[in-house]
Design a binder for this molecule. Structure first.
Ligand code: SAM
Ligand code: SF4
Length: 365
């Protein structure tokens, strides 16, 4: 196979996806990223949208083996953000013309949590007559809960499948009956049935993950009719079972991290080439591995940025992985710094717009 001929193909098949994902030569990567950026420009424009990311609670009932806020990590001090503070930050996002806010948390399924999120959503929708878009990212819930939150004003929901390969998923989660791939997949189905714009994604560079797994992840996005994709490199957290194992096995060297970053940028590019009109995030984890990780993702086809608007006093306690960037930056700094990053790749910011995925509407036609 030769990269130029694959990039000229009208329709890519699974072998093409695997071939493109595996490119490492600098001249081939230049071609791949340039082709993906051209598709971005044609299908979603060289406009990048902001979602203010508000991590509002780190309490979690789950114990995912990779995650720094897993239930059994006793080093973490647990926090909840008061409703008034969430509303103040949502208002700030609106005033800064962010267009949308994303509310993210650990997973809880108790009635108090469900009621709290519902009440917050209702009040956010009152800000400026519902002008602020709301994305939720609060894990697995019953269909009834998803429906209640939808009725209260959330219209997009992010739930990463983590890997479309159920066997690989098993190696990343405790086998206790509470961490089930089929349940997570059923949640994605429920969200779509309710009418959410559904986002999903995977971690990239996981131990045991193959290029074929990653190609299957992209095919999974297509099969599930996913509108938004948030994916990024797996990054070690020192006090997690997976993080400890990866370090013991010598798989967290600087070279290994760069490999995970390149694979992540390749995933962005190949996903853009294959799916064309979806939203793809340039995630913070990319910047954790390289100061310009997010710019690389924008240049390879990503079009969504998520500036952190978590309250400064809680940022240290929401570390999913080590060396998370921007912990010290105020929300003003995040805004300005990201705008400079967008301009540096030749894009502009879609200020004050929801920036919905065109795919969501195109597939309804
Ligand atoms: N608790 C909800 C859930 O799991 O869907 C939402 C918040 S959770 C912290 C958001 C995402 O963080 C997860 O879907 C996972 O992909 C990502 N994440 C957690 N630990 C990570 C790590 N060590 N490296 C990269 N991403 C990680
Ligand atoms: Fe909890 Fe989400 Fe972390 Fe899993 S990934 S431990 S559900 S916060």
């Amino acid at each position: 196979m030769n990269i130029s001929s694959v990039l000229q193909k009208e329709k890519l098949n699974k072998d093409d996806l695997i071939f493109l994902l595996g490119r490492i030569a600098p001249d081939e990567l230049d071609q791949l990223y340039a082709a993906a950026y051209a598709v971005k420009k044609e299908w979603v424009g060289n406009v990048d949208y902001y979602r203010g990311l508000l991590e509002f609670s780190n309490r979690c009932i789950k114990n995912c083996c990779y995650c720094g806020i897993r239930r059994d990590n006793g080093e973490v001090e647990r926090f909840d953000t008061a409703k008034e503070d969430i509303l103040a930050m949502a208002r700030w996002c609106y005033e800064q013309q962010y267009g949308s806010v994303t509310l993210q948390s650990g997973e809880r399924q108790d009635a108090a949590f469900i009621d709290f999120v519902e009440a917050v959503l209702r009040e956010i929708k009152q800000i400026a007559g519902g002008a602020l878009g709301v994305t939720l990212c609060a894990g697995e819930q019953t269909k009834e809960t998803y429906q209640r939150w939808y009725n209260a004003g959330a219209h997009r929901y992010l739930l990463r499948i983590e890997s479309s390969n159920p066997d690989l998923y098993k190696t990343l989660h405790p086998q206790d009956g509470y961490h089930r791939w089929d349940v997570r997949k059923a949640c994605l189905d429920s969200l779509a049935e309710i009418g959410y714009q559904v986002g999903t994604g995977v971690m990239i560079g996981l131990p045991g993950q193959t290029l074929e797994d990653l190609a299957d992840d992209i095919l999974f996005y297509k099969q599930q009719n996913i509108a938004m994709i948030g994916m990024g490199p797996y990054v070690v957290h020192h006090n997690t079972p997976l993080g400890k194992q990866v370090c013991e096995d010598g798989l967290d060297s600087p070279e290994a991290r760069m490999e995970r970053l390149r694979l992540s940028v390749n995933m962005v590019a190949v996903t853009r080439l294959f799916l064309k009109d979806v939203n793809i995030a340039a995630t913070t984890a990319m910047q954790t591995l390289h100061p310009f990780g997010r710019e690389m993702a924008l240049k390879a086809g990503a079009n969504i940025l998520m500036p952190l608007v978590t309250l400064p006093q809680f940022r240290n306690q929401y570390q999913l992985y080590d060396n998370k960037p921007c912990l010290e930056d105020g929300q003003e700094q995040c805004r300005n710094c990201l705008s400079a990053r967008v301009a540096s790749v030749g894009d502009r910011v879609g200020w004050g717009q929801w920036g919905d995925s065109p795919h969501f509407f195109n597939h309804l036609k």
